[in-house]
Design a protein around this ligand. Sequence first.
Ligand code: ZN
Length: 253
Amino acid sequence: MGLFRHRRDYQLPEDWEDQVSAVVVRWFDHSVEERTTMRDLIVRLLGEKRWEAANGFTLTEEMRLIISAQAAMLILGLDWSAYRKVGDIIVHPTTLVLRGERASASMMGLATDEPMAILGQADHEGGPIVLVWDETERNARHPERGFNVVFHEFAHKIDMLDGVVDGTPPLATVELHERWVAACTAEFEAIRAGAGSHLLRDYAGTNAGEFFAVVTEVFFDQGTELQEDRPELYAVLSAFYRQDPAARERTHR
Ligand SMILES: [Zn+2]
């Protein structure tokens, strides 16, 4: 396993933004101010979190940049403290297959049959974020598909901020909390009944934590579609994340 030690003086390579935007295709949809904010978040992710390559993988700086850039996009409207529950970040080369012990519900799985294929994991408070590199890269290149393992796993860590993975992150006001619970509960129950938004895959019905992680992926990747299909769900996510991906898409389409 290759370890990357904490480096508080982390310096980005000069061409960092070329490296990021070559893969993270929506990078330049963000304004200069937004990219400056995200740059600081990327430096902190690279310098202050512990990164580890698994299974003999060679985890390059470019890969860590691409992962960090997506993680920074998620908390652009929040702040660095949103990642205080993020510990180690472990990157595997390709899909993990878990055998034997049953997969926990907080994993992002490809299939429910055993053995279970895993694309990422952010299992428990204090536990590592596990990512699969090839899927991470695919997601960054093809946001229109609505899958993003980085958004998904980092969203689980945001959900954990209040100490419990229940699909409800800390919300600013009682009113927003009530709107959040109403919108998310209605959609979650619709998914469980087989009548959810076509944008939200069945996996969102696993539990409230998975619902939040999957909706987060779709909110950022398919914001316009989600806003059209489920305006109130889009509105509460927009109020929480303090971002409006649909407006950003309109500007850049
Ligand atoms: Zn998950």
